[in-house]
Design a protein around this ligand. Structure first.
Ligand code: HEM
Length: 539
């Protein structure tokens, strides 16, 4: 291990050395000049900072590895950060610190320490420290996920909870979900016997449901759904999520951020422009349509979509929730991005776990047959699918899609587990480690849905052994929709079709760390008809 590490450092130094002397273009020339000036300066600052920090703080920082000057521990981290952090917790203890560039990062790995952060000092830890790319894609952090202005954040969360996620609104939107899930069944039926990318079909369904809730679902004159935002969107969203987590020198050494040395900010800006065009056309189209309606007509709509509701709210004077069009777009961005990749990733993980285990598949299908018979699945069946629910929860336990949640950042220095956490530290809660800790779960590496059958478990983050949606005031703001759609899509795929793996594919369950941690190899499966009555597929 140590020799491998040494070899890696050696290789990196050689590559850097060669590059340093063989620079042959203007851009690299510039980087070399910048580094020549900034490295000694930063070294000096780092030395002074370390000296003054140890003088001023008698309570130590959490233990952790030493790193190199300037870059800290960055060169020694592997790409699967959740696994690396869990290994480090085994070595340094349940709380450890690691300096990455200029920034101190602290990782907490036990339920007791998560309680100290997300419960006992939830208010102190309620900030985020957004990466540069997050600020770019959210119009400067004007959204919910990355916002640190407590008043704006609270108002936006309230809006989302009361207008989109309320049980009343979710009930009113049932027809959107039914329409899209039926569309999914039709589409898969039209491809019987061929290879299907499970993530892709689940993503398209979720994005259509969410966008119909946001800006309506009426067939346009050209016969196209107004909710369709184009085939390219999935690709763009994947790029957005990849860039949000990609290591960026601008984050680790903020003094260099204006140079955007790796071009990450520029790449994110391109994605923003793509999505912004869509949002602009929807919002401007709606403003124009509203202006041609006679007064009162809009207000008589039985159920307003979110865009309409926001536009009306924006016009109201004397309301505590004031916002502009940019903030409105940031909110739409949050909802679309937060809702889709998470849900489709989980559909893929659950299907993979089930297809790997014929015993689990049989029990899921028996339950589906008992509850639904050989009829069309309705949303009202979902609460009775208790075994499928347990399978989903067990999958969330072993594959939490956000294994380190979204980092928090204290707005003042504080103490956790007997150590100092300075203001501005980036704090991760390692859910992946907690979900696999033998202190919390018997035989944690065994896939056993039964553990969720007889005890009451929910996603509200109250039981800190199980927190796939987070905990505390920054807990996921979309749990009711996420939970519902996950069940609905999975139940439909498993009730309507038998699935087998292509002969040339071997199913394995390795993951690839990201803001949303996916299956390393996409799940491809082949459907066949399960219900004898073919008319059930084309309604
Ligand atoms: C399976 C589906 C989903 C999963 C696994 C998931 C998971 C998460 C997690 C782990 C967080 C971070 C929590 C923390 O930092 O403590 C989060 C935040 C968030 N999620 Fe979700 N989510 C899902 C679906 C949704 C949906 C459907 C929406 C909205 C329509 C949504 C909106 C948000 C928002 C706005 C935040 C930021 C909350 C804040 O910072 O205050 N999510 N989600």
């Amino acid at each position: 291990m140590i020799s491998e590490l040494g070899y890696n450092i050696y290789l990196r130094m050689i590559t850097f050395w060669l590059w340093w002397w063989e620079v042959d273009n203007q851009r690299d020339e510039l980087v070399r000049t910048v580094l020549t000036i900034s490295v000694p300066t930063l070294l000096l600052l780092w030395y002074k900072w370390t000296l003054s920090y140890s003088r001023n703080n008698s309570i130590p920082l959490p233990p952790g590895p030493y790193g190199l000057p300037i870059v800290g521990y960055l060169p020694f981290l592997s790409s699967n950060l959740h696994e690396r952090f869990t290994e480090m917790a085994n070595r340094y203890g349940p709380i450890f610190s690691v300096r990455l560039g200029r920034k101190l990062h602290v990782v907490v790995n036990s339920t007791e320490l998560v309680k100290a952060v997300a419960r006992d000092q939830d208010q102190t830890f309620s900030n985020r420290s957004p990466p540069v790319t997050a600020l770019t894609i959210t119009y400067g952090g004007n959204d919910i996920v990355w916002n640190n202005n407590k008043t704006h954040w609270r108002n936006m969360r309230k809006l989302l909870a009361s207008q989109v996620m309320s049980s009343e609104n979710l009930q009113a939107c049932w027809s959107f979900r039914t329409y899209e899930v039926r569309r999914l069944v039709n589409e898969v039926y039209s491809k019987l016997g061929t290879k299907i990318n499970i993530n892709e079909v689940a993503f398209n369904t979720e994005v259509n449901v969410v966008t119909s809730m946001l800006w309506g679902h009426s067939k346009s004159d050209e016969g196209k759904d107004s909710s369709d935002i184009g085939d390219g969107f999935r690709e763009v969203e994947f790029k957005i999520i990849e860039l949000l987590i990609a290591p960026n020198i601008s984050d680790f050494l903020p003094v260099l951020s204006c140079l955007d040395l790796q071009g990450r900010q520029r790449d994110m800006q391109k994605n923003l422009e793509y999505v912004d065009k869509i949002f602009d056309s929807i919002i401007q189209g709606r403003i124009e349509a509203n202006s041609t309606k006679i007064e009162g007509e809009v207000n008589e709509d039985r159920r307003k979509d979110f865009v309409q509701m926001l536009l009306e709210l924006k016009e109201q004077k004397d309301t505590p929730t004031s916002f502009n069009i940019t903030q409105m777009k940031a909110l739409l961005m949050d909802i679309v991005v937060a809702a889709t990749d998470t849900t489709s990733t989980m559909v893929e993980w659950v299907m993979a776990e089930i297809l790997l285990r014929p015993g689990v598949l049989r029990k899921v299908q028996d339950e589906l047959t008992e509850v639904i018979g050989m009829n069309i699945l309705q949303e009202s069946h979902l609460p009775r699918l208790t075994y499928l629910d347990a399978v989903i929860k067990e999958t969330f336990r072993v594959h939490p899609p956000l294994p380190l949640l979204i980092h928090r950042c204290p707005d003042e220095s504080c103490m956790v587990g007997g150590y100092t956490i300075p203001k501005g530290t980036i704090v991760y809660m390692n859910v992946w480690a907690i979900h696999r800790d033998p202190k919390n779960w018997a035989n944690p590496l065994e896939f056993k849905p039964e553990r969720f059958l007889n005890t009451k478990w929910d996603y509200n983050g109250n039981n800190l052994k199980f927190l796939p949606f987070g905990s505390g005031r920054r807990i996921c703001a979309g749990i009711p929709l996420g939970e519902k759609m996950l069940m609905y899509i999975l139940a439909s795929l498993l009730h309507s079709f038998e699935w087998r793996l292509p002969e040339d594919e071997e199913l394995e369950l390795s993951d690839q760390f990201g803001l949303v941690t996916k299956k390393r190899k996409p799940l491809i499966a082949i459907p066949s008809q399960r219900l004898s009555d073919a008319s059930l597929y084309i309604s």
